[in-house]
Design a protein around this ligand. Structure first.
Ligand code: 5GP
Ligand code: ZN
Length: 117
């Protein structure tokens, strides 16, 4: 498994930094964002250190599929599947990505600002 010893999300995945983990399996770890912007704010993080979507390879394709499966299950678990939610993957400078370990934000429990941008 590719990891980066200096990466904060790799440390969370490894259990070296405490976090509110709500799901873990062979492929992903999901935990609550330390600075939530909505009643539900969960980060779905591949265990493999992939810095961003630009570094995502064809071989990584099953990882993305699994991330969406887990989002579906966690949304049901959080009770936001029916009311809806927003899924965000910030990438690069214009996307304001802060942690260079690819992740999805699952945000819900309130109506989101609209339009985006
Ligand atoms: P980005 O801007 O990279 O898409 O989002 C990074 C997210 O990670 C932010 O929402 C931030 O609050 C969250 N975050 C950063 N450090 C930690 C941490 O140590 N623990 C948790 N649970 N979340 C973190
Ligand atoms: Zn990492």
């Amino acid at each position: 498994m590719t990891t980066d010893p200096d990466c904060i999300f790799c440390k969370i995945v490894a259990g070296e930094i405490p976090s509110d983990v709500i799901h873990e399996d062979k492929v992903v770890t999901a935990f609550r964002d330390i600075n939530p912007v909505a009643p539900t704010h969960i980060l779905i993080v591949p265990k493999k250190h992939i810095p961003d979507n630009n570094a995502f390879t064809d071989e990584d394709e099953p990882i993305a599929g699994h991330m969406f499966t887990i989002v579906r299950d966690l949304a049901r678990q959080e009770g936001i599947a029916e009311t809806g939610y927003r899924l965000i993957m910030n990438t690069g400078e214009h996307g304001h990505q802060e942690v260079m370990h690819m992740h999805l934000h699952l945000i819900g429990g309130q109506s989101m600002q609209h339009p985006m941008g």
